[in-house]
Design a protein around this ligand. Structure first.
Ligand code: ZN
Ligand code: ZN
Ligand code: ZN
Ligand code: ZN
Length: 767
């Protein structure tokens, strides 16, 4: 979660309400500098609040539990035997090599070590994730070689070689695809970097005015699919994420695998054989290199603070990691500069004025904030520092919560003896500059107050500038035939260059991620002079204007994009409300009305119904669909089909045929038929789902691309060769515009294409 846990939010809200009104006023008007000072004084006298925070942290325990490893392994084996490979894989993911090694020293028997990894490799094989299986086997081989205890591992080695044979068999089909990749799609993209903005294309230029602030404009005509920004996150923090429940019932351990179990804490790559931090249970890495680098850069400071950071939320964590990465020297330089230039930072007009001596340190020679002295904008701490914190627009309660939270972190740093590590981050030996804490009774040292002030600024900036890093995560039982994927939030990050893009509910770009790197591509033609825009979340296809404006209010601006203007001014109903409407139970015409009672749009019919009643039916329907999917998860496909068909019948009596839920049901049916190997039925249902998705999101949208990808898999499996080929073509065209030619899904499509073209001619002629 981005913000602190609810209990801490509640506690600070009560504290705020009980404050002396004069103090409340002072806090509300305080600069970041004064807010930190007042926050320190407050937290010192409010011992109860601090004690409550300590209590809350106990729940987010991040210390090691050695016996957990063997428990996860046993549960994983159970799922493996039931053929639930996806579930088994998640459980095995919670087991790290070193955890098992540690469990051994607690009296748990050996023999478990590489076995878990072998099982994991088998799961990956069964799921069709050949590359991952291969990488894991390679890691395992070197591990076994390293241990050197060959005799006890003989049987395992035999198993390993068996698996490699299986892998070889599975790979035979996609092999020719590697060579076929040299084709049109495999060509490197044209990329020329802008010489004024690092990470941006030379077809863009940086603009600045009072209304739009900093923004990017096309300086020449741009074609769909062209890369516009390629940027590595300045800082990113893996979101702990919701755990994916694997089974019902109470257990001693959390059986859900979370982001923290599945992705590298530092580089966000998927974990295969994970290397856990020696000091805590929440940081896991893809390699020793990542573990060492993270330790050096920030984790040696963060490690013992795990529970506190989980309790106070990802925004606070990003703020801390930002100052650790920037180094204290840079942090104190910019904080000092902000005190001198406070006014010019808050007032956009002032930033355009000729430069004063003070502005030279921060604002850069061209007057665009964040640029360096040569007028160049790059992904630096200086650029990040200049993102707007909107200090005056945040509610005073929110500022109060953020202040107390960052002060609590800094106090903890001081108490844990980590102050030296924070202040001399750039020095190789943290102990080389010992620092005595003279101010333990008096709150924070002046240096930590500077750190707290910078952190407070970053937490406030995040509300407008946090960029979610998302990945496509596999859903469902995942038997390998058809892979259903859904985007999930993986991390929260600062991207100073990406932050130059303003929002539109109908953007002309699309963003994708690989590890911690973002790529922005044009999703439609952009002509020279047009602004390049990016959607912060509320897209016109997914939300009505009122919902969008509500969501956008957190960014402190009113959207004036064409979609918003049209819906607001001409009273045009949004596509969402037209398509996701109820229909008349009697004549199936659309139901109308903004009030509690809806009326049939067919005048001759005149049926009316209460909105609450219809909404209730919709909720019941969603519950039923969930149940049906539950049946599918436990392998009762036939019952799932029956239930979904019943849901469809029911939905037809009160939802419009274009309702998104109608499409979702078709999609689920396709999924169930695919698990049964009934490819024709699966394709039939999926095509209906695609029609509805196209209607809502447009024929060249990411959503349509993903649906076509699924259809291609189904047609491929059902040997519907010519139709599969044309679907692959369409999916490839759409997905490459959004994700570029290197995307994993596109590679998969090309492998399918190569595989189909290798088929003997007589099979091809039959279809
Ligand atoms: Zn890594
Ligand atoms: Zn750690
Ligand atoms: Zn808009
Ligand atoms: Zn009617």
């Amino acid at each position: 979660m981005a913000l602190p846990v609810a209990e801490w939010r509640g506690r600070t809200a009560r504290l705020w309400a009980a404050l002396d009104p004069a103090l409340r006023e002072r806090l509300a008007a305080a600069s970041l500098h004064d807010a930190v000072r007042l926050g320190c004084d407050l937290l010192r006298t409010e011992e109860e609040a601090e004690a409550a925070l300590v209590q809350l942290c106990r729940r987010a325990a991040t210390d090691k539990k050695p016996e957990a490893a063997s428990w996860y392994r046993e549960q994983g084996n159970r799922e493996f035997k039931r053929g639930q490979y996806q579930a088994a894989l998640r459980l095995y993911s919670k087991v790290c090599l070193e955890d098992i090694a540690r469990a051994e020293s607690h009296g748990y028997p050996d023999r478990l070590l590489p076995k878990v990894l072998l099982r994991k490799a088998e799961c990956l094989l069964c799921l069709g994730r050949l590359q991952d299986a291969q990488d894991l086997l390679r890691a395992l081989e070197s591990k076994i070689a390293l241990d050197g205890v060959m005799t006890t591992h003989l049987t395992r080695l035999k198993k390993l070689s068996q698996l490699k044979v299986k892998l070889g068999e599975k790979e035979r089909c996609p092999e020719p695809a590697r060579e076929a990749r040299g084709g049109i799609q495999g060509e490197p993209e044209i990329w020329e970097e802008n010489n004024r903005i690092s990470g941006a294309s030379s077809s863009l230029s940086l603009g600045f005015d009072a209304e739009r602030g900093r923004h990017l404009v096309a300086s020449q005509d741009i074609v769909p699919g062209q890369s516009l920004v390629k940027e590595e996150a300045f800082v990113s923090v893996l979101c702990p994420g919701e755990s994916l429940p694997l089974q019902d019932g109470d257990t001693a351990w959390d059986t859900g695998a979370t982001n923290a179990d599945l992705y590298c804490h530092r580089c966000l790559r998927q974990l295969l054989a994970s290397v856990p931090c020696q000091g805590c249970s929440y940081a896991k890495y893809c390699s020793q290199d990542c573990a060492d680098m993270a330790w050096q850069q920030y984790h040696r400071t963060e490690c013992s603070l795990g529970a506190l950071l989980l309790t106070l939320g990802v925004f606070c964590h990003v703020a801390l990691r930002t100052v650790l990465l920037a180094g204290f020297a840079e942090v104190s330089r910019l904080v000092a500069w902000s005190h001198r230039g406070d006014k010019s930072l808050q007032n956009p007009e002032a930033r355009c004025k000729p430069l004063s001596e003070a502005a030279d340190a921060g604002a850069g020679s061209r007057g665009v904030p964040g640029c360096d002295s040569r007028g160049r904008y790059q992904s630096s701490y200086q650029a990040l520092f200049h993102l707007l914190p909107h200090t005056e627009q945040h509610s005073p309660e929110h500022k109060f919560l953020c202040t107390l939270s960052v002060v609590a972190i800094c106090k903890q740093l001081q108490a844990a003896g980590l102050e030296a590590a924070v202040l001399s981050q750039e020095l190789p030996q943290p102990q080389s500059k010992p620092k005595t804490c003279e101010n333990t009774s008096d709150g924070l040292s002046p240096e930590l107050k500077t750190v707290a002030e910078a952190m407070l600024r970053h937490v406030l900036q995040l509300q407008c500038n946090a960029q979610a890093i998302t990945v496509m995560q596999e859903l469902g039982p995942g038997d390998g035939a058809v892979v259903d994927k859904k985007p999930v939030r993986l991390a929260t990050a600062f991207f100073p260059v990406l932050s130059l893009l303003n929002h539109s509910c109908c953007p002309n770009t699309s963003v994708s991620f690989s590890g911690t790197a973002a790529t922005v591509r044009a999703s439609q033609p952009i002509s020279s002079g047009q602004e390049v825009l990016h959607c912060y979340g509320p897209h016109w296809c997914r939300m009505r204007v009122a919902e969008r404006q509500q969501l956008l209010s957190q960014y402190f601006f009113e959207c004036r994009c064409p979609a918003c203007l049209e819906e607001l001014e001409s009273g045009v109903k949004s596509v969402v409300s037209i398509r996701n409407s109820f229909c008349c139970p009697k004549c199936q015409a659309q139901m109308q009305g903004e009030e509690d009672t809806l009326c049939c749009s067919n005048e001759a019919c005149a049926t009316s119904a209460s909105r609450d009643h219809l909404s209730g039916r919709l909720q019941d329907l969603q519950q039923q669909i969930k149940k049906a999917l539950g049946l599918l998860r436990v392998g009762k496909a036939d019952q799932a089909i029956k239930m979904l068909l019943k849901c469809q019948m029911d939905a037809g009596t009160f939802l419009s045929p274009e309702h998104l839920l109608m499409g979702e049901m078709e999609d689920h049916l396709a999924q169930v038929y695919a698990t049964l190997g009934k490819w024709q039925e699966a394709a039939r249902h999926l095509k209906k789902s695609i029609e509805i998705v196209e209607m809502h999101h447009g024929p060249s949208s990411v959503e349509t691309g993903h649906e076509l990808f699924k259809l291609a898999q189904i047609l491929f499996n059902g040997f519907a060769v010519s139709e599969a080929l044309s679907t692959i073509q369409r999916a490839e065209g759409i997905l490459s515009v959004h994700f570029g030619p290197q995307n994993a899904q596109i590679q998969e499509l090309q492998e399918m294409k190569a595989c189909l073209s290798e088929l003997p001619r007589n099979i091809l002629q039959r279809t």
